[in-house]
Design a protein around this ligand. Structure first.
Ligand SMILES: NC(=O)c1ccc[n+]([C@@H]2O[C@H](COP(=O)([O-])OP(=O)(O)OC[C@H]3O[C@@H](n4cnc5c(N)ncnc54)[C@H](OP(=O)(O)O)[C@@H]3O)[C@@H](O)[C@H]2O)c1
Ligand SMILES: *[C@@H]1O[C@H](CO)[C@@H](O)[C@H](O)[C@H]1NC(C)=O
Length: 319
């Protein structure tokens, strides 16, 4: 066989492998896996969901309630927490629903004090680290406080909470699952929200290492990396007026999935896959990245970052 032929076969094999690898989880989850009952799978009595007063977290709470798992909901909005709890209690009288109104950007010492008491009272076996928002600012001219509060919320306190729950599962010799909501943005730079992409990358990497370590204790770790999701408060929480009307955002969100679709995928995947891309868009982004490499993507983004999306909105705001 000629060298050229051998190389063509290898390339063809790699391409096929890549395509199969890309679509396999979706086909497997779509046709071969039913939604799992986490209450049975992990013998779970309590689940803690951060960022559960709206969006993904709220849909998730409802699904877990259906599985008769008691819920501890955490967010920083007392009013919506109260409403959500009341609705869940009314619709699912068989379970306990409690709430913790905590701003997760607060100092880490204060946060753990509030958490520890709760963890002692409630045997949490399922933790959903779902809290997240996109802080929009120009890094150079920002206040340190803006940077620090986002890191406290999505990194330090999230990891601290994870440590507390994993450590308590270890001490009690119980099995469980830790689930992170990351984002497709853990692979793509997010100019004018430097922290969003970087903290999501951090979470994605952390979850994967943790998954390997905790396997021996039968604690499953799972990180979901959704693309755009419709019907949540995510875009509103950026604080940019009419951000959802921005042409680029509209284009991006024409590929969006519903919270229900993401939660279905999440509930099917726990304990089966560690990293979950949510849609073909995820595969497309990974493939584009593989082909172009970081520097070409960065070049394009640098040339265009003030023309659309966050950069454009920020420019309009400061004018
Ligand atoms: N929507 C998307 O397009 C998209 C795409 C990929 C990934 N994600 C990720 O999905 C997760 C859920 O977001 P979502 O789309 O459901 O948005 P959402 O509706 O805005 O939900 C975010 C939740 O986090 C809570 N939260 C925000 N800051 C907090 C703080 N400092 N302390 C405590 N709780 C806080 C919010 O509570 P209050 O509103 O009550 O304050 C809310 O319950 C996030 O991690 C997000 O990054 C979203
Ligand atoms: C973030 O946590 C650190 C460490 O506890 C604390 O010193 C700081 O005040 C916190 N930042 C904010 C904005 O609350």
């Amino acid at each position: 066989m000629e060298l050229f032929q051998i190389i063509s076969y290898i390339l063809l094999f790699l391409l096929l492998f890549f395509l199969i690898r890309l679509v396999y989880p979706f086909i497997y989850l779509k046709f071969f896996v039913r939604s799992q009952n986490l209450q049975e799978k992990y013998d779970a009595t309590w689940a803690l969901i951060t960022g559960s007063s709206s969006g993904l977290g709220l849909i998730l709470a409802e699904r877990l309630a259906k599985q008769k798992i008691n819920l501890l909901l955490l967010s920083d909005d007392l009013e919506s927490l109260r409403t959500q709890c009341a609705t869940l209690r009314k619709n699912y009288p068989a379970i306990k629903v409690e709430s913790l109104c905590i701003d997760m950007s607060q100092p880490v010492e204060a946060f753990i004090q509030r958490i520890e008491g709760e963890l002692q009272k409630k045997p949490i076996s399922l933790l959903f680290n779902n809290v997240g928002y996109m802080p929009v600012f120009d890094f150079a001219s920002s206040e340190w406080n803006q940077v620090e509060s986002h890191i406290n919320c999505t990194v330090t306190n999230t990891i601290q909470l994870t440590h507390a729950v994993v450590n308590s599962l270890y001490k009690r010799k119980r099995i469980g699952a830790i689930v992170f909501t990351s984002s497709i943005m853990s692979f793509i730079p997010t100019p004018y929200s430097t922290l969003y992409s970087s903290t999501k990358s951090y979470i994605s990497a952390f979850a994967q290492s943790l998954a390997i370590e905790t396997k021996k204790y039968n604690i499953d770790v799972c990180v979901v990396q959704p693309g755009p999701i419709s019907k949540t408060n995510f875009l509103k929480a950026t604080g940019i007026d009419n951000f959802d009307k921005d042409p680029f955002v509209r284009l991006l969100y024409s590929f969006s999935q519903t919270p229900k679709q993401i939660i279905n995928l999440m509930l099917q995947s726990i304990g089966k896959f560690t990293v979950i891309g949510s849609s073909p868009l995820w595969g497309l982004v990974r493939a584009f990245q593989l082909v172009c490499g970081e520097n070409i993507i960065l070049y394009i983004l640098t040339k265009t970052s003030t023309l659309w999306g966050l950069g454009r909105s920020l420019k309009k705001k400061s004018n």
